[in-house]
Design a protein around this ligand. Sequence first.
Ligand code: SAH
Length: 214
Amino acid sequence: MEFAIARERMVADQLRARGITDARVLTAMGRVPRHRFVEEALAARAYGDYPLPIGEKQTISQPYMVALMTQALELVGGERVLEVGTGSGYQTAILAEVAGKVYSIERIRGLADRARAILEELGYYNVLIHVGDGTLGWREEAPFDAVLVTAAAPEVPSPLVEQVKPGGRLVIPVGGSTAQILKCLVKGPDGTVRESELVGCVFVKLVGEQGWQG
Ligand code: SAH
């Protein structure tokens, strides 16, 4: 109950007040129990305006960043979405609320296992989690309507661009290891890619063949 109030307050003060307008994103952020995606000792801080540690030196992103990235994908429902960096599974749950099916890749098995368990417990059956290097995308399931990367890349991995459908979007933080810019790439019907910059951000490293070296 207390968590429901904290969640409502988060949606109003951190999201609506800062310009998140997509009704489906706001509804999803108001529904998903973020406190279930962090360890119990941190549950009371789960709706705070900051990222939190989730173990393995990784973090669950700040609520505003999750909302902003999801909104940038412009999902209307029913889409097939690829997420790179499952982490806690929180962003995965938000995507599962607003899209049709979510394919999520995580390189650290312990995190993938935990995310899978909580997502199943909460009833998100439209999610598939794979352990591996997400910089290469998910070839067997491509192409996707949208791709979301939740770790920082030195450059946009080309397999991910290739695996976006014409008309689709790729949202990804790109830059150095300490600060990045959130980029949105839109693939035109003819396959040409238009890029825009959304906001400065700080993410953990995307480690892989087309990312940072582990
Ligand atoms: N969306 C997550 C954020 C997790 S932080 C959440 O809401 O909790 C980013 C995650 O990306 C980390 O769990 C990290 O292990 C993972 N990651 C880093 N490089 C990766 C790669 N090449 N493929 C898949 N996952 C990767």
